[in-house]
Design a protein around this ligand. Structure first.
Ligand SMILES: *[C@@H]1O[C@H](CO)[C@@H](O)[C@H](O)[C@H]1NC(C)=O
Ligand SMILES: *[C@@H]1O[C@H](CO)[C@@H](O)[C@H](O)[C@H]1NC(C)=O
Ligand SMILES: *[C@@H]1O[C@H](CO)[C@@H](O)[C@H](O)[C@H]1NC(C)=O
Length: 385
């Protein structure tokens, strides 16, 4: 159904929340609210077991989404397709995290995301790593009594793992293994033209964000959210092709793996909400070719870091076992950058090149054959660890 739109029952998934969707498909689901050391309240969605029912000794796995996404990434493709369900059916206790600022974690013990904007949204991916992740991991350990857990990250979900393990090396010990689906650390060689182009203007962007107080991006209550969902759900072929092309320009072209039926559903869940400083921090990485902390500019860097340039994250600290899943057609994770990461990490167990040469950034989530190309090899490695 190349140009068709399926007005099937699943369309309602675009308007439902993640725990409702999981329950609708007959899986058990729990919501866990966790408070970070700096007062944010982040929300984990847990699928404690799969279709086979309750069993003992289910290893816990934390799964972290990419920038401007949410736990929805790992369930909207549906049972037997989406990673969340596939992991639960494979015997794992699945914890889908939500980083601060997205629709499920837009919450704080004393700051309001709407009336204390400047303070609430003052974070980049650094804070997601050093505050949100420790709170989530400690909570999973406290709940399951498992000292060590698995961690699967996609895109920014990988970035924050490397930041955490370099900044708080004591957390290395808490992972049985980490799996990077499309590692995003070095970003100088990205093929995404829109992303590269915008990255040149990160200083101007930061100026405007501060000037207008436009810190938050992708609030689901924003009218543009429903509009883009409607637009991409149109029976108009031109609209659908336009939406698809925008996605391909940013993430890579792979016609065979693109599921049109999923398009309006994904648009209902993405963007899920971020701070613009996350994006600006990524843009800085594109330009600097460093993996390092937020660049505030010379004067403020002296105040914050005591040096002119932000400090690099020390990848030599990342001693947890790591598996890198990558491809040669991923516009947001270039092979050269992945190989550089591989050469600087002390404990890479395997470099997994995806068998489809056209595999893209979003195919890890929504590719029609993601289960056979990514999830099955992933689970085989998890079972062996
Ligand atoms: C496309 O997505 C829909 C909705 O999740 C699903 O029912 C369908 O099986 C998918 N198509 C393929 C070819 O995987
Ligand atoms: C904020 O967190 C509390 C738990 O501390 C939760 O009950 C509430 O629903 C959350 N609010 C939002 C808007 O997520
Ligand atoms: C797509 O459009 C149809 C017809 O207007 C509507 O019934 C359906 O709810 C829409 N789905 C989404 C996900 O927007």
């Amino acid at each position: 159904m190349l140009f068709g739109v399926c007005f099937c029952a699943d369309d309602e998934d675009a308007f439902m929340l993640v725990p409702e969707i999981i329950a609708k498909y007959g899986y058990p689901v729990e919501e866990h609210f966790v408070t970070t050391a700096d007062g944010y309240i982040v929300n984990l969605h847990r699928i404690p077991y799969g279709k086979d029912g309750v069993s003992e000794n289910r290893p816990a796995v934390l799964v972290m989404h990419g920038v401007s996404s949410s736990s929805a990434d790992f369930i909207i493709a549906g049972p037997d397709k989406a990673l969340g369900y596939v992991l639960a059916d494979a015997g794992y206790d699945v914890w889908l995290g939500n980083s601060r600022g997205n629709r499920y974690s837009r919450n704080h013990t004393y700051l309001s995301p709407d009336t204390d904007k400047k303070k609430f949204w003052d974070f980049s991916f650094h804070q997601l790593a050093v505050f949100d992740l420790p709170a989530m991991i400690d909570h999973i350990t406290a709940t399951t009594a498992q000292e060590k857990i698995f961690y699967v990250g996609h895109s920014q979900g990988t970035t924050i793992f490397y930041v955490l393990c370099s900044e708080k090396p004591e957390y290395n010990d808490r992972f049985r293994a980490h799996f990077s689906l499309s590692p995003v650390v070095y970003m100088h060689n990205l093929d995404s033209v829109p992303f590269q182009t915008m990255s040149w203007y990160h200083k101007q962007l930061e100026y405007f964000v501060n000037l207008y107080g436009a810190y938050e991006y992708g609030n689901v209550n924003d009218p543009s959210h429903a509009a883009s969902q409607q637009y991409c759900n149109s029976t108009n072929v031109i609209h659908q092709e336009y939406c698809k092309t925008l996605i391909f320009m940013n993430s890579g072209y792979n016609e065979d793996q693109f599921n049109y039926t999923l398009l309006p559903i994904t648009m209902g869940h993405t963007p899920a909400g971020i701070s613009m400083f996350q994006v600006i921090h990524f843009f800085q990485e594109c330009r600097s070719d460093h993996f390092r902390q937020y660049d505030y500019g010379l004067t403020e860097n002296m105040v914050v870091y005591g040096q002119a340039n932000p400090p690099d994250y020390n990848l030599a600290n990342v001693v947890a076992p790591v598996y890198l899943f990558y491809s040669k057609n991923d516009y947001l994770s270039n092979e050269k950058d992945v190989l550089r990461l591989n050469s600087e990490l002390p404990n890479v167990k395997a470099l997994m090149l995806m068998s489809d040469p056209l595999w893209t950034h979003l195919d890890y989530l929504w590719g029609i054959d993601a289960k056979t190309i990514v999830y099955q090899p992933l689970i085989d490695l998890m079972n062996a660890n």
